[in-house]
Design a protein around this ligand. Structure first.
Ligand SMILES: Nc1ncnc2c1ncn2[C@@H]1O[C@H](COP(=O)(O)OP(=O)(O)O)[C@@H](O)[C@H]1O
Ligand SMILES: [Mg+2]
Length: 339
């Protein structure tokens, strides 16, 4: 996480010495005043005093509004949205992780239409307040489907990074492997936690949870879980972007499918996607001292089932460049073509 004060540019404009000094003084004073409130906000949070914590947070934002506008906006963003919990919700550790997203949208090779759609949704979230003035919410329930290894998980993380929000992947095993009767309760804890503040909640293998009600043997329990999921999705505040991923969208319950306001297919890679991916993985910046861009076309032409396989192959090539000066590259490509 950024420290609170290290992301801002100096507001000093460099006019006269006096102007510069006073701008610096104002900045210092704002920082000192905001600092004084930090122990108080931590104390309020420790004791679960949500209202007090919010008030102090707003006070800090006001103090640094002109000197550190980006930080002030980040603080205020925490209080956006209508549905706020009345108490601090502890993270159910065994059910959901709390991560900082490392990969942005630029790191995901996507069909053009999918990328455009993702950027549009990101903009809707960034400009949520403008939409709210017209009683509109951003689209925030996103379903990703397509065969494994083509970037669904990477894209979910990319959305979190793009929005500068925490990335909360659900731990599928924790949720499902506990005895069947507690799945509903687990879902409730996950969604309660995710409603605390803006975040991207990611549920992989979604078909395992939202299975078609007609298909199951344990009809009663599955129906209860599906119904609960429907309610939780309906109540989810737009500040939480919910991203679900599945390899088998045809297994999903129809009513649940309809709850999503944005459905994206990440298809098996086309020739174009494979080429873009290979060109990037074998770009000269990734292989200092060697230029193997000439191999990108051959790699893209291999009948690999997914981009994950292609990325791994390119990593093998790059390893060989580092350790053997590239002596084994032809053999690696021939080997992949034969398998
Ligand atoms: N579209 C893509 N763009 C860039 N890298 C990808 C893409 N798809 C897969 N990869 C590579 O494969 C790995 C696994 O992909 P992942 O997102 O887990 O696939 P999925 O969730 O669809 O099964 C990624 O971490 C990345 O290295
Ligand atoms: Mg995945």
């Amino acid at each position: 996480m950024d420290s609170l004060f290290d992301t801002e540019q100096s507001t000093t404009t460099g006019g006269g010495a006096n102007v510069g000094t006073s701008a610096r003084d104002r900045k210092k004073a704002a920082e000192a005043n905001a600092m004084k409130l930090l122990p108080k906000i931590i104390e309020a949070s420790r004791w679960g005093q949500q209202d007090a914590a919010e008030k102090i947070g707003r006070d800090i934002a006001q103090i640094i509004e002109t000197t550190h506008p980006t930080v002030a906006q980040k603080i205020l963003k925490q209080f956006a949205g209508a549905m706020r919990p009345t108490k601090i919700v502890r993270r159910p550790d065994e059910l959901v992780d709390f991560c900082e997203a490392r990969h942005g949208l630029d790191d995901v090779i996507l069909p053009e239409a999918v990328e455009r759609g993702c950027r549009a949704v990101v903009m809707e979230h960034q400009r949520m307040n403008e939409l709210a003035q017209f009683k509109l919410a951003p689209r925030h329930k996103i379903l990703l489907y397509g065969p494994p290894g083509n970037g669904k998980t990477l894209l979910a993380e990319g959305l979190a990074k793009e929005l500068d929000l925490p990335f909360l992947p659900v731990k599928y095993a924790g949720m499902i492997e506990s005895y069947l009767g507690s799945t509903g309760k687990n879902l409730q804890s996950i969604f309660d936690y995710a409603a605390t503040a803006p975040c991207v909640l990611f549920m992989d293998e979604f078909d395992g949870v939202a299975i078609d009600r007609g298909d199951s043997k344990d009809v009663g329990e599955i129906r209860r879980v599906t119904n609960q999921l429907l309610i939780l999705l309906d109540r989810l505040p737009p500040t939480c972007m919910f991203v679900a991923a599945t390899n088998a969208d045809e297994l999903l319950d129809r009513a649940i499918q309809r709850r999503f306001d944005f459905v994206l297919q990440l298809p098996a890679p086309t020739q174009d996607l494979r080429r873009r991916c290979a060109e990037r993985e074998l770009a000269p910046s990734m292989t200092p001292g060697h230029d193997v861009t000439c191999h990108a076309e051959a790699v893209a032409g291999l009948p690999l089932a997914n981009l994950s396989g292609l990325v791994k192959l390119c990593q093998r090539i790059r390893r060989d460049l580092v350790l053997n000066g590239g002596a084994g590259v032809h053999a690696i490509i021939a080997d992949a073509a034969a398998n």
